[in-house]
Structures are given as structure tokens and as C-alpha cells.
Design a protein around this ligand. Structure first.
Ligand SMILES: Cc1cc2nc3c(=O)[nH]c(=O)nc-3n(C[C@H](O)[C@H](O)[C@H](O)COP(=O)(O)OP(=O)(O)OC[C@H]3O[C@@H](n4cnc5c(N)ncnc54)[C@H](O)[C@@H]3O)c2cc1C
Length: 338
């Protein structure tokens, strides 16, 4: 493992923000992590673990050490009549793992096809899409405590998974390096088509419902709906959908009958942040190279040379206008790195 100085991060974040870091290294094994945490470069600098860079927004050059996680490998560690448990290196590309699971006739993650990024970041915010969340299939998360180098294993319950949240984004933020994640994948198809568009897309494709067809449908829908970061910088949904009391939701609904919300619990409703932002008139807005996508109000974009400050200042204006119009606070899903 070697340390490099002054490395550009422009190609290491899907927002395409042109920043650099003072120090950069790649870890590929447990040994690399052990060498890393005993090094002066690590001990004397602030540091950031980076996967695919698809959920980070850099607001300035990173004055410290960026650690790129490239630990790879997939191993079936146990099996029973219903499930196979697969342990996957944190540096494996998420979508490639989804394709691998389908090829191996395993079900449970097909609805999350084409989510950018790496396996190691999946537990961070409990990734989810099209009616599935990764918490439903994670068995354990393997990590290393960066203070003392101790190996840690977190059970699914230990991870305290919530909507786009987990212990790794809170109490353990910047305290552990996730090295592996194990998943319980089903030998029989789950066939979760609860999310409307998926079933319709499968019908349009003239296919039967199966693990493969769900994956194909999700890929098609995502390619149509979401901007490709290779063409236009973005990090997917910039904000989380806010969860408010159903009483407040019903109050707002009196004035805005078409407001979009889903039952979250007996007393709470999850509101579509994209709808709120759109209703405030932001869809398609552009100031310099920072903007709001023309079809997806929830996606902030970098048209080329926007910097992180411009994107965050646009985000703050959006948050304020949603607060003023609806009395609802929306919060970033993206990790803002200052
Ligand atoms: C076009 C687009 C669509 C998207 N759609 C979705 C979606 O449908 N659903 C969804 O949930 N998300 C979505 N995202 C967000 C993103 O893809 C996920 O959050 C993904 O899991 C991020 O993975 P990454 O490897 O790129 O993480 P990074 O951006 O590299 O890192 C994210 C955070 O995790 C930390 N981290 C990363 N790896 C490790 C590790 N091994 N150990 C400790 N900390 C670590 C980083 O320090 C950072 O704080 C989308 C993003 C884009 C660009």
C-alpha cells in the first residue's frame, strides 16, 4: 500500500466536483488496513473512506487522507434449504453483485439493481429502491475499528437500520472501516413487484415475473428516469423523504389535495420530497452550473463546473422554500464532506 500526494477526486465522485485530497491510498486487504492504521499518514491526518463516491458532496479540497476501499471477493459461507449466505468484499461494485446473484439463481436484491456504488456503502444508509431495502437481506457487517484495529462483526439488529440510515451514519460515523457484508439470499424468487411501475414494465417487455425480469425492468425504469452520472454529475436523491405526523400531513392535504405521501407507521406519513420541491417551482432550475434536474426535482445536478459550495447553497435555498411553503424540514441524504 502506498500513499500518493495531491490526487484529484473529480473522477472519484459522481457529482464530478473538481476537488483534490492531500493524501490518497487504496486498501485491498485486511493487511493493508492493519498497515494503514499504524501509519503516520493515518494517525496524523483526518481521513475519509471512499467507495464509489456516489453519495458524497465535497465542498472543498479534502485536507487529509482519502482511503479508497477496493477489498473484493465473494464467498458462499453457509447454506440451508431456503437460503445461501454470501460474504462480499466492501470494494465490490453493488450492481455487479446484483447481476452475480441473478446469474447464481439467488433472489433478494434484484429490485436494487443499478444503484451506483460499492457493497461496503450499502449498509451505511440502508440503500433501497423499488420496494426493497438492503436491511432485509443483510446478515452481518464486518468492520475494523480504526482506533485500535479490532475486528468487529455487527448483526443485522446491531446495525440499527432505519430509512436511509444506520448506526454507521450516526454513533459509528468515521469510526469503522467496513470490510465485508454478508447477505442472506433466497433460493426461491421473492418476486416483489409491489412498486407499481415494475409490474407494468415487465408486462410491456412481454415477460413473466421472475428475478431476472424484475432486474431488467428496474434497470429500464432507472435508465429512463434518472440522470446518468457519466453524462451529468449527480448523486441520485439529494434529500431524504421527510417523515411527518399523519395529523400534520392531513392538515397540509386540506390546502394541497394532490400532496404525495405514504403511510410510514400508525401515526406517521412519509412525504415525497420530490413533490414538495417541484411544487416550490424548482424543477429544471439552474444557476451557473448548479441545478435541479429537469425531470427529477429530488436530484441536484452539476452541469459541468459547479463547486460543492454552489450545490449546497442551492440545497439550502430549496430546504428554506419547502419549510416556508409547507412547514416541513427536508434533510440531505447525501454525505456532505467539508
Ligand atoms: C444516479 C444515482 C442513483 C442513486 N440511486 C439510489 C437509490 O435508488 N437508492 C439508494 O439508497 N441510493 C441511491 N444512490 C446513492 C448511492 O448510490 C448509495 O448511497 C451507495 O450505497 C453509495 O455507495 P458508494 O460506494 O458510492 O459510497 P460513497 O459515496 O463512496 O460513500 C458514502 C458514505 O459511506 C462511507 N463509506 C463508504 N464505504 C465505506 C466503508 N467501506 N467503510 C466505512 N464507510 C464507508 C463514506 O465515507 C461516505 O460517508 C444513487 C446515487 C446515484 C448517483
Amino acid at each position: 500500500m502506498e500513499f500518493q500526494n495531491n490526487i484529484s477526486l473529480k473522477n472519484q465522485n459522481t457529482f464530478g466536483i473538481d476537488v483534490s485530497c492531500r493524501l490518497f491510498c487504496i486498501i485491498q486487504s485486511q493487511q493493508d488496513i492493519s498497515d494503514l492504521i499504524h501509519s503516520d499518514e493515518f494517525k496524523n491526518n483526518k481521513n475519509l473512506i471512499l467507495g464509489g463516491g456516489s453519495n458524497v458532496l465535497f465542498t472543498k479540497d479534502f485536507d487529509g487522507l482519502v482511503i479508497k476501499n477496493k477489498i473484493i471477493g465473494k464467498e458462499i459461507i453457509s447454506e440451508n434449504k431456503d437460503l445461501k449466505t454470501v460474504k462480499v468484499g466492501a470494494g465490490e461494485n453493488w450492481h455487479n453483485f446484483v447481476l452475480w446473484s441473478i446469474k447464481n439463481r439467488l433472489s433478494g436484491i434484484e429490485n436494487m439493481a443499478l444503484i451506483p456504488g460499492n457493497v461496503g456503502a450499502a449498509p451505511m444508509q440502508n440503500i433501497g429502491a423499488y420496494g426493497s431495502e438492503v436491511k432485509n437481506v443483510i446478515e452481518n457487517v464486518w468492520a475494523i475499528n480504526i482506533e485500535d484495529g479490532k475486528k468487529l462483526i455487527f448483526s443485522n439488529t446491531d446495525c440499527n437500520f432505519q430509512y436511509r440510515d444506520s448506526i454507521f451514519k450516526n454513533e459509528l460515523k468515521e469510526k469503522v472501516i467496513i470490510t465485508h457484508v454478508s447477505f442472506n439470499l433466497s433460493k426461491t424468487p421473492n418476486n416483489n413487484t409491489t412498486y407499481g411501475d415494475v409490474k407494468e414494465e415487465i408486462q410491456n417487455l412481454g415477460l413473466e415475473i421472475s428475478t431476472e425480469s424484475i432486474c431488467k425492468a428496474v434497470i429500464n425504469i432507472r435508465e429512463r428516469k434518472l440522470p446518468n452520472p457519466n453524462e451529468i454529475g449527480n448523486s441520485g436523491s439529494f434529500f431524504k423523504n421527510p417523515i411527518i405526523s399523519t395529523i400534520q400531513f392531513k392538515e397540509i392535504q386540506k390546502q394541497f389535495i394532490e400532496i404525495v405521501g405514504y403511510k410510514n407507521s400508525e401515526t406517521e406519513t412519509k412525504v415525497a420530497a420530490g413533490w414538495l420541491i417541484d411544487k416550490c417551482g424548482w424543477k429544471g432550475y439552474r444557476k451557473g452550473d448548479a441545478g435541479v434536474h429537469k425531470n427529477q426535482a429530488l436530484v441536484l445536478v452539476n452541469y459541468g463546473n459547479a463547486n460543492g459550495e454552489e450545490i449546497t447553497s442551492l440545497a439550502k435555498e430549496i430546504q428554506q422554500s419547502v419549510k416556508d411553503k409547507f412547514g416541513i424540514e427536508i434533510h440531505p441524504e447525501v454525505n456532505i464532506i467539508g
